[in-house]
Write a protein of this length. Structure first.
Lengths: 370, 364
């Protein structure tokens, strides 16, 4: 059963995505759906940003067929789907994911104003707490334990919105969004395996599997001369929504099926985008600019300004993510105080920022001087 | 009545919100259907209306089912996991057809891969335990073994899916025929709440789509077609209902559900038989399109497209009503089927007569 739920979605997704990506490219080139990216890619070939359109259908197909396969083979042992509550949760999550998908497609093709985007995202995000999935316990993070409903639910909506919007920011460097999401999903999938949650594990494995062809294509563009493809907003929103759903499901298991405080490990996989969005937003507010306006101040932009090539930026960020994951995992498993762990994360983050700023300034001086 | 009005209104609202966006999108990105000789319109009209069906249906059904289970409403049908298998496979199959349909609407797909996708998604029904195991007296056959019933099921699914696809040639025709079919099937599914949610949710989407399709102004860019995406997903959903009810006939549903279900699709299904026979008689490929479908013939009698649509809907309605009436009289499924064929033949010959008159008028 374990092997089926691991390999079927994984291989199925690799095959499906590899099959679909060229078709998306053909459609978007022939129908001229290629939108120039505003921030990066100066003077290069215009890159289609519709890769994410394939994620949601493939997720439905692969997870659906795996569930059906498992249900018909191991009807009694599999998925406590007779458990009404989780059925409701997955149904609501599915509805929210579809909404996000529609929003993303519209945004990629037409552009949606920030207000309506936020409203629709909030609606989709509030489906998760409405189905009974909300952060009810912080396990001592910042000294907080149990949360009442009226704080926990808005907090969950905020978290979902936060994660969902943090992922599309990463889409400017080849393979960054897919690579980071792959790390996050593999870690979360492993946690789901530890917790004995086959359905969550299938979703995680499926997402990892379908991101591999994107990552591979992004890596191989320069070498083979393939056409590049970005995940776009659709991809970012889909990845982010599923990610936050999984993170919240797993966080709620801390203390029962997983070690107390697993919430830090779950969010540890997402530290880079989350902290970075936070820093960028504060910088924009200090400079009295619109918080939602895109600019070149994200961590990957800063690394590039520091004189790194995009490939090196990718490797650096993935390594930092891996470090954070391992760090938080060690911390949680050896029962450190969660607040101290958070402080540790923040300190490491600040050190990294200082180092980046140092190199950035040095590089700027170099350019200015000669 | 929760399972009737709320999904209907919710889906109608979503469709009303989403279809104009699709219109803007296709106009701005020039995703048009370039006029060719088979179609009956001549200025560019977007044919992406069908891409709204599946996502809206998914949102609607998931939300409603979730709320339904959450509120602890009675589950009369089955245990939850059989239901989950069927619903999930339904949506997996629809998703496959959706992907094929979108690519077909945008850049065109030849009929072999389309057929392959239809057969694959049709096989999902027998896999989830839904197949016609009882003809309930049609052609005097009752129980049929699995090795006949399963291929028959796949055949019926592919047949119905293609029938909807091919009837989609006049504004609003396919949508309206499906509208009638879903109303009949949804009302027949009384007590099976999930099925009712799906049926009435789909009706809710079809309503705004239909009004845009029929009354939309081409010059203002308000007209939209459902395209292959729409007709494939619609046809698949209709055949899901047919098979579901036929396979439960005698247990969950009245025994005559098979014939009632088939009668809702009688117009497109009989038409395909006639067209394919005509093509084979003329030694042409039965899969390549031509202008010999029933709506083309109706247009050749000299009436406008809206009248053609109206006449065909009345025909479909009358076949359904006659079937239900005959079911009440209990005269046996075979005779009901023959009566339906009879109505169809009378209609076809009448149309032929008017075509000839129209030609004669034109020549004189």
């Amino acid at each position: 059963m374990l092997y089926i739920s691991l390999f079927v979605p994984f291989l199925l997704n690799i095959i499906l995505t590899t099959y679909i990506i060229p078709r998306i490219l053909v459609v978007s080139v022939r129908k001229d759906l290629v939108i120039p990216s505003e921030t990066m890619s100066k003077g290069r070939l215009r890159v289609p940003r519709l890769g994410g359109v394939s994620l949601f259908p493939i997720l439905v197909i692969s997870v659906g067929s795996t569930i059906v396969l498992l249900l018909s083979l191991f009807a009694e042992s599999f998925l406590r789907l007779e458990d009404k509550i989780s059925f409701v949760q997955y149904m609501f999550g599915m509805a929210g994911l579809t909404t996000m998908y529609l929003l993303g497609v519209m945004d990629d093709l037409l552009g949606v104003s920030i207000t309506s985007k936020l409203i629709i995202q909030t609606l989709a995000a509030s489906l998760i707490p409405m189905s009974g999935l909300w952060l009810d316990d912080l396990h001592g993070l910042l000294g907080i334990f149990e949360l009442p409903v009226w704080i926990g639910m808005p907090l969950t909506v905020l978290m979902v919105l936060y994660i969902t919007n943090a992922i599309p920011m990463l889409d400017d460097v080849d393979g960054l969004a897919s690579g980071l999401a792959m790390i996050a999903y593999s870690v979360l999938g492993w946690l789901a395996y530890l917790a004995g949650e086959p359905l969550v594990m299938i979703v995680c494995v499926a997402m990892t599997g379908m991101l591999i062809p994107f990552f591979y294509r992004n890596m191989m563009v320069r070498r083979i001369g393939w056409r590049n493809i970005y995940l776009g907003d659709t991809g970012g929103l889909t990845i982010g929504y599923v990610l936050s759903f999984v993170v919240i499901v797993l966080s709620r298991m801390g203390g029962t099926k997983l070690p107390d405080g697993v919430i830090m490990t779950c969010f540890g996989t997402l530290i880079i985008p989350m902290f970075d969005v936070f820093r960028v937003a504060i910088t924009r507010m200090i400079n009295h600019r619109n918080v939602f306006q895109r600019d070149n101040n994200h961590i990957h932009h800063r690394l590039i300004q520091g004189g790194m090539r995009p490939m090196a930026v990718l490797v650096t960020i993935l390594l930092i993510t891996a470090f954070f994951v391992v760090f938080n995992m060690i911390g949680v498993w050896s029962d450190w105080n969660l607040s101290l762990l958070l402080v540790g994360d923040v300190i490491v983050w600040i050190v990294i920022q200082v180092v980046i700023s140092y190199f950035k300034n040095k590089n700027r001086d170099l350019i200015n001087n000669g | 009545m929760f399972s009737v009005y709320i999904p209907f209104l919710f889906a109608a609202l979503l469709g009303r919100l989403f279809i104009p966006r699709v219109l803007i999108l296709s106009h701005r990105k020039r995703l048009f259907d370039m006029p060719d000789e088979r179609k009956t319109h001549d200025s560019p009209v977007p044919r992406l209306g069908g891409i709204t069906f599946l996502p809206i249906l998914l949102i609607c059904v998931c939300l409603m089912t979730g709320v339904w289970v959450d509120k602890g409403m009675p589950f009369q049908i089955l245990e939850l996991d059989t239901l989950v298998i069927r619903l999930v496979l339904l949506f997996v199959g629809m998703m496959i057809l959706y992907l094929v349909g979108v690519v077909d609407d945008l850049i065109g797909v030849s009929y072999q891969p389309k057929f392959l996708a239809q057969i694959i998604s049709a096989i999902f029904f027998p896999l989830s335990g839904l197949w016609i195991h009882d003809l309930s007296g049609l052609f005097w056959i009752h129980e049929i073994p699995a090795w006949v019933g399963i291929p028959l099921t796949v055949f019926v699914v592919v047949y119905v899916t293609n029938a909807i696809n091919l009837i989609d040639g006049v504004d609003g025709l396919a949508a309206a025929i499906c509208f009638v079919a879903f109303t009949t099937l949804g009302l027949a599914a009384k007590g099976h709440y999930i099925l009712m949610i799906v049926a009435f949710g789909m009706l809710g989407i079809l309503l705004p789509f239909w009004s845009y399709n029929v009354f939309g102004n081409i010059e203002k860019g308000h007209k939209i077609f459902m395209g292959d995406t729409g007709s494939l997903t619609l046809g698949y959903l209709v055949s899901f209902f047919l098979i579901y009810m036929a396979s439960g006939s005698g247990v969950d549903f009245p025994r005559e559900m098979l014939i009632i279900g088939l009668s809702t699709m009688a117009v497109p299904m009989f038409d395909i038989v006639r067209v394919v026979m005509a093509r084979i008689r003329n030694h042409r490929n039965p899969f390549l399109p031509d202008k010999n479908h029933i709506h083309h013939k109706l247009l050749r009698t000299g009436i406008g497209p809206r009248w053609a649509m109206l006449i065909l809907i009345l025909l479909s309605l009358s076949i359904i009503l006659v079937t239900e009436w005959c079911v009440d009289l209990e005269i046996g499924n075979t005779w009901i089927f023959l009566i339906d064929v009879g109505i169809w033949l009378v209609f076809d010959y009448t149309v032929n007569y008017f075509i000839q008159q129209n030609h004669r008028l034109r020549y004189e």
